[in-house]
Write a protein that binds this ligand. Sequence first.
Ligand code: ATP
Ligand code: MG
Length: 353
Amino acid sequence: MTKPRILTGDTPTGRLHLGHWVGSVERRVALQDQYDCYFLLANMHAFTTRFDKPQEIRQDTIEIVKDWLAAGIDPQKSTIVLQTEVPAIAELTWFFAMLLSFNDVMGNPTLVHELETKGLKDSYSFGFPMYTVGQCADILAFRPELVPVGEDQAPHIEMCRKAARKFNQLYCGVSNRADDHEHVKLGGVFPVPKALIGRVGRLPGAGDGKQKMSKSLGNAIFLSDGAKEVQKKINKITTGRQSPTEPGDPENVLFKFVEAFITDQARVAELKDRYARGDNIGDGHIKAELAEAINRLLEPMRARRAEFETPGGDDRIIEIIKAGVKRANVVAEETLYLAKRAMGLDFGRRVLA
Ligand code: ATP
Ligand code: MG
């Protein structure tokens, strides 16, 4: 019996934050036993915005693996995929670039939003929009059923589903009336994978809550932050409320965090009720309780991370990456072969050293 596959990942543009945890990483840890999991380091995609900072990308790649291990991802069970060492991904990107239209890519709402919020509007590289096509290849190279991601990724997964359907219809004879779940059974190379949106699809940043928490926007609480840093950042959440007796909105940015991180549901309900009535409960009090809950979650992660923050720690991470790459290439090369065969490009099957 083979387990169904999962693929998801992160771009090494910085360390992992609480948004990653509630949006995706928590699910990854929970599903490791039931699924054959592939977790991808999108280091090629980090170059789309940081091509001038290769050293930072290299270090962030290592730091993200530390974050994964700290969060509870087990490299014995799950496969770590380094994008730049899996050539099939780059090749599949070209094929999918032909199946998606220019407007599919440039009209992708997440891409449009990123150009806006990341200040890229007039200066982005030719390669930047390509990452959305590349992401179709990242996913489909592993022919997964599920892709656990945050809400902002939904348009990307939709594009990926479109590419999979189109490939199967064009090159594998799958009818365009076939249901998504039937594509492989009907001879399609690619399953039409489903997004699995996290427990919290969009955690706001620690600030006014207008933007999502993002490592590129300077509003993130990192899984590797110390206890004091966490409290300091939580204190930056602004609600505009003036006093403990002013009735507050229990759906505001502060309460998005309360709901995400205070696990005692009865306590959450009590806080909401008192807040809404302005029953002598200050934002400061809630922030202290919140930071305590977050620190309880992060403490075991800090301890596991510390094991790799010793001399030789980075080298051990690199060995873990190399072992993952070997396993990843077995699957991705097979996918590429199947795709090329379907396209009439089977002029010899290569074997990677
Ligand atoms: P960048 O700013 O460089 O785009 P990011 O913080 O958005 O970084 P990604 O590497 O793009 O992080 O995202 C990795 C995964 O984490 C994706 O599945 C994404 O949907 C999810 N994610 C990122 N930020 C959040 C958030 N604030 N809330 C929920 N999920 C999130
Ligand atoms: Mg992002």
